[in-house]
Write a protein that binds this ligand. Structure first.
Ligand code: CIR
Length: 252
């Protein structure tokens, strides 16, 4: 398995955030936390490819939003935040030799943080960042590859689908209590965490291990009871920019 990640620019302190960070983002702490994230991926046997930071794009560390990979195909997205649309070029260039690429045309928009894959189905949050044209483009590009795309309505306060849930394996989704209708993922089993730990719903599960946000004890207990080996990581500086664990890599 490969993971594509991107370094943190000095401009990261200006990353988009729904609420201004208080205390402000500490870029050096952010880099240290990112290095621990990369080390955790490498510790799971994943080969990590690191793209250079781009000072013109403060949010560039959140690579997940720029591409959706399914097998040997990648849809290069058109991120919903205009300030982020220039992030895709470097990611597309890095994926070009490895995967068949399809670039999303305007006015479609889609952020990879809205996409949660279970088996051959990709659930896509219809957030303020992802529009119907974005969902349709993803569907058109992936249907020939055996992937079904299902649109999931989201309340306006949820930035991305995976802000409130994440795949544990093809049969289980971790979800913050009350965040989504019970039947969102059909018959898939839901592993619930308390609403007041909703931030920690964004975990990155790789086989039997799961990277999870440090400081959310009930979520960690829930994951361990579900049979996972937890790897807690500090995410304070990602969180200040509305980011979490899945956001910082593209797995292929
Ligand atoms: C943004 O607002 O776009 C970034 N500050 C955070 C993106 C987080 N990405 C993700 O959840 N996939």
């Amino acid at each position: 398995m490969l993971a594509l990640v991107r370094s943190i620019p000095d401009s990261y302190a200006q990353a988009l955030a729904a609420v201004p960070a208080d205390p402000p983002i500490d870029v050096e702490d952010a880099r240290a936390q990112h290095a621990a994230y990369v080390a955790a991926l490498a510790g799971l046997g994943i080969e990590v490819i690191t793209l250079d930071a781009d000072e013109a794009h403060p949010d560039c560390v959140f690579v997940e939003d720029t591409a959706v990979v399914a097998g040997d195909v990648a849809v290069i997205t058109r991120p919903g935040a205009p300030s982020r649309q220039g992030e895709v070029a470097a990611v597309a260039a890095a994926l070009a030799g490895r995967l068949e690429l399809h670039r999303m045309p305007a006015p479609a928009t889609l952020d990879g943080g809205d996409c949660l894959r279970l088996g051959t189905t990709i659930y896509v949050g219809r957030s303020a960042r992802t529009n119907d044209l974005g969902v349709s483009f993803l569907r058109q590009m992936l249907s020939g590859h055996g992937i079904t795309v299902v649109s999931v309505p989201l309340p306006p306060e949820v930035l991305h689908l995976k802000c409130v849930c994440a795949r544990l394996d093809d049969d289980r989704v971790l979800v913050a209590e009350g965040a989504l209708p019970e039947d969102t993922f059909g018959e898939t089993a839901l592993v619930r965490i308390p609403a007041d730990e909703a931030y920690a719903a964004n975990v990155l599960a790789v086989g039997g291990a799961v990277l999870c946000a440090d400081g959310f004890p009930r979520t960690q207990e829930t994951l361990e009871s579900a049979g996972f080996r937890t790897i807690p990581l500090l995410t304070t500086e990602a969180r200040k920019a509305d980011g979490a664990l899945t956001c910082m890599s593209i797995l292929l």
